[in-house]
Design a protein around this ligand. Structure first.
Ligand code: NAD
Length: 260
């Protein structure tokens, strides 16, 4: 379905981004992997995508907090593949603390990686997409783009901002065969969530088991975590021609969380 197209997926060395890269490669798309981690593991995953799906896969370790590195990543993608057809803004970090104790460096990093990075990748990719007359931008937001939870000021602010960026970009390119949408997962069991269980337990004065049952899954009426693979399939659908008239949409995949 996406044979010959090229996708940049930020934060694709782990969790949701890794799953999205897998699904896009399965659909025949060349992929640019990005993110941090063990270099051997990253290379193993890159090689597995080329072997299994016969696509090209390139790893670029750009730091999404650094605008110059973002620009280099988009340029390197275009120079290598001749196009940037699909952009998935997914890289992310989390920090959980009451606002009066929220470290300023964590605030700055979360806003930079979740929100400003999507601005910079989009600024650099849009002229290329306009030149091609086709593009898909998918921002991995969160249920926290629509509702808040305590102790996550930076994350909730960044994700609400990302929803605004999504809608604005969608309107600016609406007639150019470029769509821009946000996917809003509920809780997904990835390292990002697993790592915040301890901090949430501390902030709320409860056990880690209570965080899973009373905080995480309490928010989701289905009582099920969202699956990485399902986010990958939804992303691939948004890249299809059937989704050409879906733009500026903020799409929850959250077990009913934001329906309440
Ligand atoms: P994860 O920790 O498994 O993966 C995060 C990825 O981002 C990794 O590849 C990491 O190396 C990369 N990354 C972090 N900082 C970076 C930087 N400065 N530059 C480049 N890459 C960087 O987390 P995940 O759960 O897969 O989260 C992915 C996205 O999904 C995030 O935007 C997150 O907010 C969103 N999300 C996650 C959940 C969830 O429950 N896991 C729910 C809703 C939304």
């Amino acid at each position: 379905m996406l044979k010959g197209k090229t996708a940049v997926i930020t934060g694709s060395t782990s969790g949701i981004g890794k799953g999205i890269a897998h699904e896009l490669a399965k659909a025949g798309c060349n992929v640019v992997l990005n993110g941090f981690g063990d270099s051997g593991e990253i290379e193993k995953n890159r090689a597995a995508l080329t072997d299994e799906f016969g696509v090209e896969a390139l790893y670029i370790g750009a730091d999404m907090a650094k605008p110059a590195q973002i620009q280099d990543m988009i340029n390197q993608t275009r120079n290598t593949f001749g196009s940037v057809d699909i952009l998935v803004n997914n890289a992310g970090i989390q920090h959980v603390a009451p606002i009066e104790e929220f470290p300023v460096d964590k605030w700055n990093a979360i806003i930079a990686i979740h929100l400003s990075a999507a601005f910079h990748t989009t600024c650099n990719a849009i002229p290329i997409m306009k030149g091609q007359g086709w593009g898909r931008i998918i921002n991995i937001a969160a249920a926290h783009a629509l509702v808040a939870s305590p102790y996550k000021t930076a994350y909730v602010s960044a994700k609400h901002g990302l929803a605004g960026l999504t809608k604005t970009v969608a309107l600016e390119v609406a007639q150019l065969h470029i769509t821009c949408n946000a996917i809003c997962p509920g809780y997904v069991l990835t390292p990002l969530v697993e790592n915040q269980i301890t901090d949430t337990a501390k902030a709320r004065g409860i056990t880690e088991e209570q965080v899973v049952s009373d905080v995480l899954l309490a928010a989701q009426p289905t009582k099920k975590f969202t699956k990485v693979e399902d986010i990958g399939v939804l992303t691939t659908f948004l890249c299809s021609e059937s989704a050409a008239n879906i733009t500026g949409a903020i799409i929850p995949i959250d077990g009913g969380w934001t329906a309440q």
